[in-house]
Design a protein around this ligand. Structure first.
Ligand SMILES: [Zn+2]
Ligand SMILES: [Zn+2]
Length: 371
């Protein structure tokens, strides 16, 4: 590594005291800080300036440097790595200086969110809804600038139109956003009567929102520019209408598919037949084959939801539940008794293959344990 003269880098004499070194550092840092100076060379220079400053303001390091030259710090530098690190103890101070040096731009209005609750049918078909939202709107008297019509803003007396003021912070003089005009450089001495100089007025507005078909819980519809008006004529924010679906008594939605449970009676399950199932487009007939078991799912293509994103069509999935008969009358009980007797006959096993295989397994299980 080339020999460095830290005194030369900072442009101070070998006998310079701490105050002089700090002053030199500040002046150079203002010139070469990468936030200020985009030249590639400036960054390298700034690192050297910082290094020189750190060493010359540390009594021990300065003494070592005076005695051994920059070789005294070779080892140190290797350990610390060569990555540029500007977020040092002066980062905060420079953050103020460099971050705040630009004139502040008036803030864009904030985005608003409106939660809309839709029925499944509305979400599936699409709907236009009127919504009423409280918001801030641009004042129609001053058109957002907050100034009484015919008057002009005056230059801020605190910062003289700069938007920035000098503040002492330790040994640095730091520029800060002017607390009087908040960085705008101008103040309103004749505020608009309607908005008291804010440029915005509270209002509740009614909007007509077109909800596309196929939306689901969590989907958002953005209405550009329908959020709050910006301050002092800045552009407004956006309004996000967030969809939430109500629970449906029959259908449960899962993505673009619909699920529904369809109970059938015991005889229908055994003998088969035809039932009517609900869809979003009305009732449709569904053939139940003989020997249908609980949990059997029938898929009805094209009876789900058409995706709002890619237009693909979901399905309706009907899950069969075989209902055990209740409140039997004497005749029905008698018939079931007869049925039960026939199930218990030697040939009855084949009527209930699942029960048979289950109880066979149970028998084997306990038989093995006994061995
Ligand atoms: Zn106004
Ligand atoms: Zn000011």
């Amino acid at each position: 590594m080339a020999k460095k003269d830290y005194y030369e880098i900072l442009g101070v004499s070998k006998t310079a005291d701490e105050r002089e070194i700090k002053k030199a550092y500040k002046r150079l840092a203002m010139k070469y800080h990468p936030d200020r100076n985009q030249d590639k060379g400036a960054e390298i220079l700034f690192k050297q300036i910082k290094e020189a400053y750190e060493i010359l303001t540390n009594d021990q390091k300065r003494a070592a440097y005076d005695k051994y030259g920059d070789a005294a710090f070779e080892q140190n530098r290797m350990e610390e790595g060569n990555g540029a690190d500007f977020s040092d103890i002066f980062g905060d101070v420079f953050g103020d200086i460099f971050g705040g040096s630009r004139r502040q731009r008036a803030a864009r209005g904030i985005d608003l969110r409106y939660n809309i609750v839709l029925s499944l049918e509305e979400a599936v078909r699409g709907v236009t809804k009127e919504i009423r939202i409280p918001t801030l709107e641009e004042c129609n008297i001053c058109h957002g600038n907050g100034i009484k019509p015919g008057k002009s803003p005056t230059t801020c007396p605190t910062c003289h139109g700069q938007g920035q003021v000098q503040m002492r912070q330790g040994f640095f003089s730091v520029q800060q956003t002017c607390p009087h005009c908040h960085g705008r450089g101008q103040i309103i001495s004749d505020p608009c009567n309607k908005c008291q100089g804010h440029g915005r007025v509270k209002k509740s507005k009614t909007l007509s929102v077109k909800i596309p078909s196929g939306v689901d819980t969590g989907d958002r519809i953005r209405l550009t520019g329908e959020g709050e008006a910006g301050e002092h004529g800045a552009p407004p924010g956006d309004l996000y209408v967030q969809v939430q679906l109500q629970a449906h008594p029959i259908f449960e939605r899962e993505g673009n598919n619909l699920h529904c449970e369809v109970p059938i009676n015991f005889a229908m399950a055994a003998l088969g037949g035809e039932i009517e199932v609900p869809t979003l487009n009305g009732r449709v007939k569904l053939k139940i084959p003989a020997e249908t078991q609980t949990a059997k799912v029938f898929r009805l293509r094209d009876q789900g939801i058409r995706s709002v994103r890619d237009g693909s069509q979901g399905e309706l999935l009907c899950r069969i539940v075989v209902e055990t008969p209740v409140k039997l009358n004497d005749r029905q009980k008698k018939l079931f008794k007869e049925l039960e007797t026939s199930f218990n006959s030697p040939s009855g096993d084949k009527n209930s293959p699942r029960s048979k295989s289950f109880f066979d397994s149970v028998k084997n299980f306990f038989g093995e344990l006994a061995d």
